[in-house]
Design a protein around this ligand. Sequence first.
Ligand SMILES: [Zn+2]
Length: 190
Amino acid sequence: MSVLPIITHPNDAVLRRKALKVIDFGSKFQELIDNMVETMLDAPGVGLAAPQVASKERVIVVRLPDDEESKKEYGEQAGVLYVVANPKIVKASREMVEGVEACLSIPGWFGTVERHEEVLITGEDRMGKAQRIKAKGWLARVFQHEIDHLDGRLFIDIAKEIWEDKPEDEEKAAGEKPRRRFRIKRPPAE
Ligand SMILES: [Zn+2]
């Protein structure tokens, strides 16, 4: 297993391409999954889509943290590793919720994005076996964010507002109070 370099916006067109259906669940695909999981945990992140590591495969990995707070809120789903090939949202709640998102491919940027509160996802597991996942709250948000990646969509495309947050130590070094710079609907350096 190895940690793969994460492609960052706007440096590579692979982030904007539609990922292709996974057909071959063989050893090359298994290696990709192992590497994606390692890359996500190393980042650290709660989700990763194949285009972010320059792959065209239609697959995502998702894992919420398993700390106490997360366990309280997400119960059995905290700490579970989800690998979903060819994911599809087959049902989505009418209720929409606003929340703050970030992306390993857009380091330092945050945005407010409206997402479905609950989704039902179908797809295959890493061996190609059919699976269904019910997700709500943060988990539902992560799935929607990652599935968007497979269609070349980034959260900055649909965010109500986005802003850049400097890392804290950088702020301290500059002797400034942490601040947020809001930029409405303007993706970074595109
Ligand atoms: Zn992302």
